[in-house]
Design a binder for this molecule. Structure first.
Ligand SMILES: [Zn+2]
Length: 271
């Protein structure tokens, strides 16, 4: 069969620009996933810092020195093992929320409610490692990029700088503050599983027992029975797939853990 093009197609310039932008924005994540990243990291960091400052204004900060020392002890053990050119900062929020987040720009938040569910240093390190991995794998950028592509006209940075709006709430959710702003924007399964794997590497490299990550997610699931589920669960479902994936990654994580322990990485963070 013969097929002839009778007419040349006219491709609008804006479409060509979009295609070029997408091709140049396609990046590979730490575990080899393809993702579209439209924003320079410096801009993502600015957004993260702005969202963090707002959260610090809106949420009481814990003055309990024991809780602060405990969380800082874990952060100080893990962050040197994270291969990222970032200065990490943590704030402990005095809130019953069972929650934690890490934002682009290295801004971490831990809610005191989480300390009741993550019952030891290893379990809290599992949550923190996982959240840090969302930042290092640039999942916030991927989510804001995807949202920008579907919502023509949304200029992310302007929306964030502006006053309260539906778009602003949504953007805060995409950055990783989903449960805080009441908009449930779970990470994709691929992003979750990537953060689980990277998180295991981070915690194990710092000498935290990676096996406790499985217990952490079991505690999360248990805490959700009978009452309102932990906030972290609304964006991070603790389902059987997650636990099966963690168990599958455990032999490799244990090798890293045993090596780290042998090299003297023995954190001793106490509540
Ligand atoms: Zn996650």
């Amino acid at each position: 069969m013969k097929f002839q093009l009778k007419q040349r197609f006219h491709i609008p310039a804006s479409f060509l620009i979009l295609i070029t932008l997408l091709l140049s924005a396609c990046a590979t994540s730490p575990t080899g996933r393809k993702q579209i990243l439209l924003f320079p990291e410096s801009q993502m960091a600015q957004m993260g810092v702005a969202a963090y400052q707002q959260t610090k204004k809106d949420t009481p900060i814990s003055k309990n020195s024991k809780s602060n020392d405990y969380v800082n002890c874990i952060i100080n053990a893990i962050t040197p093992k994270v291969d990222a050119d970032t200065e990490w900062e943590v704030t402990v929020f005095d809130s019953e929320q069972v929650n934690a987040f890490a934002l682009p720009g290295g801004k971490i938040g831990v809610y005191t409610g989480l300390l009741e569910v993550a019952t030891n240093q290893n379990q809290l390190a599992a949550v923190i490692g996982h959240e840090i991995a969302h930042v290092t794998a640039r999942h916030g950028n991927a989510r804001v990029s995807a949202s920008t592509l579907t919502q023509a006209g949304l200029v992310a940075a302007q929306v964030l700088a502006g006053s309260a709006s539906k778009e602003k709430q949504q953007l805060l959710g995409l950055l990783g503050l989903g449960a805080q702003v009441g908009i449930l924007l779970p990470y994709g399964r691929g992003q979750e599983s990537e953060s689980d794997i990277l998180g295991l590497v981070y915690m194990a490299s710092a000498g935290f027992d990676p096996r406790e990550s499985v217990q952490l997610w079991k505690n999360m699931a248990k805490a959700s029975s009978g009452k309102a589920p932990p906030e972290l669960l609304s964006t991070h479902p603790a389902n059987a797939t997650r636990i099966a994936d963690l168990n599958r990654a455990m032999p490799d994580a244990m090798i890293i853990y045993n090596k780290a322990r042998a090299q003297g990485e023995k954190p001793n963070c106490k509540k």
